[in-house]
Design a protein around this ligand. Sequence first.
Ligand code: PEP
Ligand code: MG
Length: 745
Amino acid sequence: MAERFESESRKLLGRLRDAMAGDDRGQARLDKITSLIANSIGSEVCSIYLFRDEETLELCATEGLNAEAVHMTRMRLGEGLVGRVAKRRQVINTADAPGAKGFRFMPETGEEIYSSFLGVPIQRLGDALGVLVVQSKQAREYTMDEVYALEVVAMVLAEMTELGAFVGEGAAMSARHSQPMMLRGTVAQEGVAEGHIWLYEPRVVVSNPIADDPHRELERLSEAVEELRVGVDKMLDMSADAEQRQVLEAYRMFANSKGWMRRMEVSISNGLSAEAAVEKEQSIARARMEKVSDNYLRERLSDLDDLSNRMLRILTGQGTDTGAEMPVDPILVARNIGPAELLEYGRTLKGIILESGSVGSHAAIVARALAIPLIVQAGRVTNEGLNGDHVMVDGEQGIVHLRPDDTVVTAFRDKMAMQTEALKRYESIIDKPALTECGQTIELNMNAGLMADLPSLEGSGAQGVGLFRTELQFLVRNQMPRRSELSALYTRVLDAAKGKRVVFRTLDIGSDKVLPYMKPTDEPNPALGWRAIRVGLDKPGVMQMQLQALLRASNGRPLTIMFPFVAQYEEYTQARAALDKALARERRLGHVVPETVEVGAMLETPSLGFAPRQFFEEVGFLSIGGNDLKQFFFAADRENERVRKRYDTLNVSFLSFLEQIVERCAGTDTPLSFCGEDAGRPVEALCLAAIGLRSLSMRPASIGPVKSLLRRSNLEEVRKVIMDARHRGEMSVRPAVMKWLAEQG
Ligand code: PEP
Ligand code: MG
């Protein structure tokens, strides 16, 4: 019986394909399809309902119901049985439709005479497009085979609509991917940008949903699965990264899953091509992904989604490089991206929109270094956007306007013009000091990491480079740079700085900054693992090479070196000894040594704040790396949006801790600065200055706004506001400070 049905359903798909290839267009084609399905399944009624807009479904074609009801009958999402199928994205199969929960009587369709109802969602890759319904007078539940066959037909319909194979009058789906849309996300780098979508991973196009020869398709499927399994095993062999391995293990589990394979085989027996069978499973997984709230499950479903994409690429032969040309003013759209990949794009991008991603990630830091507006957590953007789509990124509000209409475009362009105006205002204070109303001068430096950052040194009014992230140069290459290359680069940096102080931070790799040619060993928790100075001390060769390159580049000029992620006094002493060794070697070899060498450390772990007094006396200077310090202070992963945003930088406990560091440094005359991202946020910068920080380092674009606020503020008053909020037992001083700022106008 099942076999007979499979071949019936294959026949139906064959006829559907003929209908698609025929001359009929639009409504005539839809009508033919409903009639074909009704006849093949042996039901009196077959109807297609499509979304007219996000909330409304419309009857677009029917065999069996009143023809006048077509394009007249509409229902809201969730209304009636059809609306319920669309809302829940689940099949409804009942022998007694009028008695079923949610039934809505629609007199214009003549529906009351039909007892049985089978409705399946028409969906593609998580997008609900409509509902396909069959009904009959005889009161019976449809068999599982029939349900499955109808799902397969719905899948083919979804493909046809996606390909624009028909245009049902009034059907919103014909306009899919052409309507304006607004998506909300989280701002990771402020700024506004207008441009066109450039998909990091272009979607795979399935152009042959129906196949004649199921045996051949089954062969293709099993060949592709085999290739996939071998590929995953190979990646597992090569991967040392714990997080990546976890994902790959999930891939392997899915690739070997019998259930997954079996479901795809059944789809093929029902007439789908191998790629359409993969996509059908992918659609179901995406629909589920939207419903589950459990993070772990969502991640696994997203792994399955990635794996399905890999399968589709194997089956269709479509790589990630489709030969498409990057549009003008590209705005990169991706699920997520690493710092190295982002650096490869450099400044060609006008904006970046990530479906996941986090404000605290190094990709976000790279985006900030490049001053490219970045929005993270912009759900569904990879699904909704097509290559080349017009898009506007509002990195103030965290909003993405996809295919915006004219009013949005005008409003947005006004906003961009206002921003340019604001920048001009900051230009007038470029050469002025950050002198507060109470007479304190705050030193404002900039963070950098690329040669291309250096011109900002003049343009922003920064007094120097407070943090030069040397690892960015290592991340952009696929092999370890040579000493001579590094030395040439550092020379250019010092030349461009024209005597201004540049704080070179030695290689800070590990955690999410993984060098392709120097993978760490398998680590369960890389953020707490082998990173930064720990790598430097364990691999003295690399550290010596970098220190020599820096010493040579200074060529007699003053040099400032800072060691990252120092967690205890001893690590600083050891790093310092490595530098002395390099200096002695340079002298021995007769090279010119720097006029002065300032050596400092980053304070990024709470432990260093409690180091013995001797450490504070010995270290040349300290710079607080607030990004890491905050993550370890609150035990909240800086890359995990869910936990990161629970803790405010202006939390009283964190500010008290920072204040203690300020006091300890004051007690030993140790110069102290702050170079985490918070230094570049005006309100945060104001509070840091109020608790005693006298030097801040930030991305160049923040210097104007921070300076402008500092010049208008009285730090003693801000300090009082902070103290009062603390005494009142408030969790964060932010509301009080914001209120005070509002009162100041
Ligand atoms: C920090 O942790 O605050 C910092 C400046 O270093 P990075 O962001 O590069 O880890
Ligand atoms: Mg850090």
